[in-house]
Design a protein. Sequence first.
Length: 172
Amino acid sequence: MRRQTAISGAAPAGSSRNLRLDPLSLPVRFDAHDPRADGYTRQIELHRERVVLRRAVRGMQMAINVRVSDFTGVALRGNDEAQTLVLVHRDPSLSVPLLISADGDDLAEAWAVWSEIFALPQLDEGVRKPAPRRRRRNAIRDRRPKFLMRRRTAMTRELPIHREEREIIARN
């Protein structure tokens, strides 16, 4: 009889060196390598709609709950010897490894299945898209200066001209 856990119903899904998760048996809980955590490990709970990362840093326990829609996609990383299939987040410390293997065909199949289950795109890590251009700080440079924005602008109008009238001049 197998050992039961509260989340997945089965024993944890392997170590970080020999990782092979089944995308059809979610939710699953497993340990992964984390260089900044105490003991260099973190516990990951993987569900269809969310990911919970649990780790301790300098004795402080933390649990980070991230929606799957917040991840950018599923990417293939690594070299020819061992490649890793990763659920990629904008913050690299929140990225989650899904599969470590050297078999290219196995990785391609798993890449498509994980991408379909999470409804995320398959990312090609070799080709990076440039980041969108940030808004410039001087976008409103051509406007009036800030201290003049409080002042009321004068209305341009023609001044009245009084002809053939006597002028009153005050002299000292």
